[in-house]
Design a binder for this molecule. Structure first.
Ligand code: DCP
Ligand code: MG
Length: 376
């Protein structure tokens, strides 16, 4: 409130990549509701609506204090009719009717359960729901053939739906570091994703791997994966060429570069620390059944040549909305195409190189936003 006792009217720039959004959120009830609506839209393959709700949530996350009345929101960007209705409901009744009934709906609950299986996306879940499959039991009984990823997803369902802690992320990091330096001394790993933004937990652990000498990273992923596998650290892995041609964004790049830019989706078998084993943990023979001494953790590995490292780092740090907004800013405001590989200036018809994230923000005419403030 200002000196006259009137509620403060907030001001927020239009693009999420122009805002400093920390994890210190003063409007968690509203942003939680809008995020659920976004999630539901995404699970229903209505991506446009999903982005609209995500953008609205990111505006509320940027506010310096809790919203108390609708007039404070006057003039803010990205708040559509639907989002405003939800916010009004929450301010008046403490919760949103629409969101509460959505959470209770059979369809939403089934979508959550089924897409909670690693390897199952919105399309597959929707198809199964239309066949009357709403639970994991029904999925097992249905006799549907599951692919390798989905089989691992069902097998490790509970572990993979339990958030990964920072301590676990560090433990995975030590293993990945050991793997990387064993197969290529001098190679470097960097923690990316939510943990780099300072989140205390996540759904997976993301790493970017490179070598300071261009070209030395070639073939690195398969060596790292072989090492991890030989040491018994992998429950599942699938390496894919991160085909940049498949993304709609930006111009095609030389095949030689693409071949080197690889991604591995994996599930690690992470040993539990002694204190995590539970009070009844003891010598192997006396351990109660069901208390396994390890747990499954999703890990994403990406290898990038050093020349693309800054772009890969920026692209894999997130948040997803922050990334999307950076690319939208580049295209709409600067006539540039940004990807996790490069930045192309469409007017000058040339690539703009960078060796740091700061340099990329500079090319884009944006103030530098550190990872901890990219939590849009
Ligand atoms: N990313 C992307 N495009 C993809 C996959 C990922 O731009 N197809 C980027 C944005 C994400 C980051 O990589 O922020 C890591 O992806 P995650 O799905 O792991 O997202 P987070 O790490 O941010 O969240 P979580 O804590 O749930 O793992
Ligand atoms: Mg992550």
């Amino acid at each position: 409130h200002n000196d006259e006792g009137e509620a403060v009217v907030f001001s927020v720039p239009s693009f999420a990549c122009q805002r400093r959004i920390t994890l210190d959120n003063h409007n968690t009830i509203i942003t939680g509701a809008l995020s659920l609506l976004a999630e539901n839209a995404e699970l229903s393959e209505e991506d446009g609506r999903g982005v609209a709700f995500r953008r609205a949530a990111a505006v509320l996350k940027a506010l310096p204090e809790p919203v108390t009345c609708m007039t404070q929101l006057r003039g803010l960007p990205c708040l559509g009719e639907h989002s405003l209705r939800v916010i009004k409901d929450i301010l008046e009744n403490g919760e949103s009717n629409e969101v509460e009934s959505m959470k209770q709906s059979e369809r939403y609950k089934a979508l959550k359960v089924l897409t909670g299986v690693f390897g199952v996306g919105a399309k597959t879940a929707d198809r199964w729901i239309r066949e009357g499959i709403h639970t994991l039991h029904q999925l097992r009984d249905s006799g549907h053939a599951l692919n390798r990823a989905q089989q691992a997803g069902v097998e490790h369902y509970d572990d993979l739906n339990q958030p990964v802690s920072m301590a676990e992320a560090d433990a995975v990091g030590e293993i990945v570091e050991k793997a990387v330096v064993s197969v290529l001394p001098g190679a470097q790993i960097t923690l990316t994703g939510g943990f780099r933004r300072g989140k205390p937990s996540g759904h997976d652990v993301d790493f970017l791997i490179t070598h300071p000498e261009e070209g030395r990273e070639e073939g690195l992923m398969s060596k790292v994966v072989s090492w991890l596998e030989s040491q018994g650290f992998l429950l599942y892995h699938k390496t894919s060429r991160n085909s940049y041609l498949e993304s709609a964004n930006g111009p095609a790049r030389p095949a030689s570069n693409m071949d080197r830019f690889e991604r591995c989706f994996s599930i690690f078998k992470l040993a539990k620390k002694y204190h995590e084993l539970g009070k009844d943990a003891g010598p192997e023979e006396t351990k109660p059944a069901g208390h396994k001494p390890w747990r499954a953790v999703r890990v994403d590995l990406v290898v990038s040549p050093i020349s693309q490292f800054a772009f890969a780092l920026l692209g894999w740090t997130g948040s997803k909305l922050f990334e999307r907004e950076l690319r939208r800013w580049a295209g709409q405001e600067k006539a540039m195409s940004l990807s996790s590989h490069a930045l192309f200036d469409n007017k000058q018809k040339r690539y703009l190189t960078a060796t740091s994230e700061e340099e990329i923000f500079g090319h884009l005419g944006l103030e530098f936003i550190p990872p901890s403030e990219r939590n849009a």
